[in-house]
Design a protein around this ligand. Structure first.
Ligand code: ASP
Length: 343
């Protein structure tokens, strides 16, 4: 499949407003903060009894997933339904692409059904950009993960979670918290679009130190240019960390032998209870899911008191509602808004 080179400029209209979300790379700090603040307002509505808003009533959102997904697809679907949009879930195996229809044909066919927004996941890096470049005016594309390249809503929900737990909580979180934080991203960085989106977002918000911690075979060459420090040993990589983001070993993207064995990876890089006990007492543990229990994380740690993994899932709904409503021009209700976060 032919895809186009990432072009972050495609995401903003002439007035600097978000019209597609393809990558966090190159987005202005103020815009990221606006999305996080908007997500706080949606989260507030979601914690009430009536979780539904009528803001996207009459709009049509298509979830177009060419790769499997549990959390991302269902939270995008729920987010759209909470905003009262009509949602179409396109099963890739049942779609015409398996009959040879190109991405372009698929896009144009669904556009003809008056879809307003496509949420796209694809194994090829650049697929979401391809859609954005070819979409009709007014049709928005949200990248739900393209190859190893980007997963911007996961990056945003990770930033939201960090700000919520390290920045003073609901109702006036501080964006300055990032300037004091050391964040360690541990595991299969090489294949991870989540790592790339997290790094971009964390840098934009001025994070004090971003580390990637992995065996040399799982670190992309030249990643230091993204402003991160590389550690090949877990103890030193976790030393002094405030936030630990674990990554899944992406066996489906590993063509060759990257590791001697899963047991060896767990021994050297797995987050166990013993290692958790050595972290700063207030350090938090995150993982985008799905987890490989007993590989990058012990089950007890994943569901232990320091873990925010399930909070990340909930935050994903609020963040996706924020992005959808901002792009389609319908903000959260005024009564759900807290004063803007301290900038
Ligand atoms: N769910 C995330 C993604 O789609 C992380 C993972 O699959 O490991 O990239």
């Amino acid at each position: 499949m032919k895809t186009t080179e990432p072009n972050p400029g495609l995401q903003l209209d002439a007035r600097g407003r978000l019209c597609h979300l393809l990558t966090l790379d190159g987005l202005p700090r103020e815009l990221l903060i606006d999305i996080l603040d908007e997500a706080e307002a949606h989260d507030k509505v979601l914690r009430g009894q009536d979780k539904k808003q009528g803001t996207l009533s009459g709009r049509t959102i298509v979830n177009l997933f060419f790769e499997p997904s549990t959390r991302t697809r269902t939270t995008f679907e729920l987010a759209a339904k909470r905003l009262s949009a009509d949602v179409l879930n396109l099963q890739v195996s049942a779609s015409s692409t398996s009959k040879g229809e190109t991405l372009f044909d698929t896009l144009k066919t669904l556009e003809a059904m008056q879809a307003d927004m496509f949420v796209v996941r694809h194994e090829a890096s650049g697929a979401a950009h391809f859609f954005a470049e070819h979409a009709a005016p007014g049709v928005a594309i949200l990248n739900a993960g393209d190859g190893r390249h980007a997963h911007p809503t996961q990056g945003l929900l990770d930033l939201f979670t960090i700000r919520r737990y390290k920045g003073g909580g609901v109702g006036g979180p501080s964006n300055d918290c990032f300037k004091k934080l050391t964040v360690a991203i541990v595991g299969d960085v090489l294949h991870s679009r989540v790592a790339r989106s997290d790094i971009h977002g964390l840098r934009i918000l001025g994070t004090k130190e971003i580390r990637v911690v992995a065996p040399p075979t799982l670190v992309p060459a030249g990643i230091e240019a993204m402003g991160v420090k590389v550690f090949h040993e877990l103890e030193s990589g976790l030393d002094g960390a405030d936030v630990v983001i674990l990554l899944r070993l992406q066996k489906e993207r590993m063509m060759g032998a990257f590791l001697p064995s899963l047991a060896e990876f767990h021994r050297d890089f797995g987050l166990t209870r013993a290692r958790l006990a050595k972290l700063k007492p207030e350090a938090i543990v995150m993982h985008p899911g799905p987890i490989n229990r007993g590989v990058e994380i012990e089950g007890d740690v994943a569901y232990g008191p320091r873990s925010l993994i399930l909070n990340q899932v909930s935050h994903g709904i609020a963040v996706r509602m924020a992005v959808m409503s901002m792009i389609l021009g319908a903000p959260a209700p005024a009564e759900a808004r807290s004063p803007r976060s301290r900038r």
